[in-house]
Ligand binder design. Structure first.
Ligand code: HEM
Length: 462
């Protein structure tokens, strides 16, 4: 449609009163599939009115790169959904993922980098390597008994790897308070990964009040755990002149030295809680990966062969990633099929994509699911084929594969996903074949969240 200034707006389907185009999202497993189907009719950049919220959906590698990179600074805010406000004590700016762009967010990201992207051959990398290896040994021991829930085992050990790596704090993974903390994170993670019509029609929020209160209660319990069992007396005792040993100390040092932009201790704690919560993403991802593998005996055999050929009986560790390209490609393939969480952006100024005008305040959905599943970009995209990521025995990531977004708001945890998943997957495959009594299930796609006990596996010793 042409504006008065003679510019073009993204085309849009006919809308209904009040709900706008919300009804067009129903009938699909994931909203991404609705986006792909609508793009066939309305083009790669089209507008949607979801309830009260003006949105634009961006499809196609070129357009998505324009939004993430070339004009990344035009689209670096996040939506103001009331649900997010309530989850972060009435201020979504406390959240690492849902805040708008600011110098504070830049500082928080810069501070995190050293821990979430540990460089190879550094002490931090080797320490993480040892944490992942010892966590994996415990996972293997726990799964050998086949009596506990896989998701629970993986979640507790991933949480322990995260608290050890970011906070230098190790826990007994069977201890009740720690298990409760892991369960609370999992419930919150599930909640933030759900799409709610109330995000677009706020008058529906009262229907969610009870649930939101419950989830808010869980966030408070996590805060109590962090203060009582992770921070303990560290804030007061840390000497600001000292070099920080972990992420907790980096935050304490920053807050205590009053650097600019200022970060309150409360905000710093939210950042810490968010990053510890990354373990839920890794754990849920791993369980979905096992669900794919239980249906793919040939892929398991290929991984077994690769590990046996390259390492023999030597224990797999995260340093072996480049030596085991097929094993690593299996992780990429699962990420491709599961698809990224939908983490919308918001235009912080009037801008355009592919020549079409986008107004300030518009919510932007980037359809990276389509980039991962398009038959134009992938051979047999529905199939689980790790070899698609391998060329001449090396792992190759195609340019159109963008599961972690990009630019200044790109995922802060992708390296942790790759390293921790590789270590645990490698250790499990070295020891087991994964089976399931019934493999007629489909693996849920379009979100990383997974309800408890969705899958029951059999880990059979090799
Ligand atoms: C398979 C697992 C994961 C996938 C597919 C994934 C994907 C994504 C995507 C698509 C975004 C939005 C990026 C953008 O707007 O350009 C994002 C943001 C983010 N992710 Fe992840 N993520 C995963 C795991 C993790 C983990 C384990 C952590 C923490 C250790 C993490 C931390 C974050 C943070 C903090 C942001 C927000 C960054 C910002 O807005 O500045 N993610 N992730």
């Amino acid at each position: 449609m042409r504006t008065r200034q003679g510019k073009y707006r993204p085309p849009s389907p006919l809308k209904l009163p009040i709900i706008g185009h919300l009804h067009l999202m129903s009938g699909y497993q994931v909203p991404y599939q609705a986006f792909t189907s609508l793009s066939k009719k309305f083009g790669s950049v089209f507008g949607l009115q979801l309830g009260y919220v003006k949105c634009v959906v961006i499809n196609g590698q070129k357009n998505i790169r324009e939004a993430l990179v070339t004009k990344g600074h035009h689209f670096d805010s996040r939506p103001n959904f009331e649900r997010y406000q309530q989850l972060f004590s009435g201020n979504k700016e406390n959240s690492l993922a849902f805040c708008n762009w600011s110098t504070t967010q830049k500082t928080r990201r810069d501070m995190l980098k050293a821990y979430t992207f540990p460089r190879a051959f550094t002490n931090r990398f080797y320490t993480l390597e040892e944490l992942v290896s010892s966590g994996t040994r415990s996972v293997v021991a726990a799964l050998s008994t086949n009596t506990t829930s896989t998701k629970s085992v993986i979640s507790r050990h991933c949480a322990n790897i995260f608290t050890r790596h970011f906070c230098s704090k190790s826990f007994d993974v069977d201890e009740a308070t720690f298990v409760e903390m892991v369960d609370n994170y999992d419930e919150i993670f599930y909640e933030v990964n759900q799409g709610y019509a109330a995000d677009f029609l706020p008058f529906l929020l009262p229907f969610h009040e009870k649930n939101l209160k419950r989830v808010n209660g869980l966030t408070h319990k996590i805060r109590d755990f962090v203060l009582d069992h992770i921070i303990e007396g560290r804030f007061d005792s840390f000497d600001v002149q000292a070099e920080p040993d972990d992420y907790v100390e980096s935050l304490i040092k920053y807050v205590k030295s009053g650097e600019s932009p200022q970060l309150s201790w409360d905000s710093a704690l939210f950042a810490l809680e968010d990053i510890i919560g990354g373990h839920s993403a890794v754990a849920n991802f791993l369980v979905k990966l096992f669900a794919f593998l239980a249906k793919e005996p040939q892929v398991q055999e290929n991984i077994h062969k690769e590990i046996d050929r390259v390492l023999g009986t030597k224990e797999v560790s995260i340093s072996h990633r480049t030596l085991l390209p097929y094993t690593e490609a299996t992780i990429f393939e699962a990420i491709r099929l599961i698809a990224s969480p939908i983490v919308p952006r918001v235009a912080n100024r009037d801008s355009s994509i592919n020549g079409l005008e986008i107004e300030k305040g518009t919510v932007i959905f980037l359809n990276n699911y389509d980039l991962s599943m398009s038959p134009q970009l992938w051979d047999e995209p529905e199939k689980f084929k790790p070899e698609r990521f391998i060329r001449e025995e090396r792992l190759v990531k195609p340019e159109h594969f963008l599961p972690f977004g990009g630019g200044r708001r790109s995922c802060m945890g992708y390296k942790m996903v790759q390293l921790v998943s590789f270590g645990i997957l490698g250790g499990i495959m070295q020891n087991f074949t994964i089976g399931a009594d019934d493999t007629s299930y489909t693996v849920p796609v379009g979100s990383l969240a997974l309800p408890k006990d969705t899958f029951t596996f059999k880990f059979v010793r090799r």
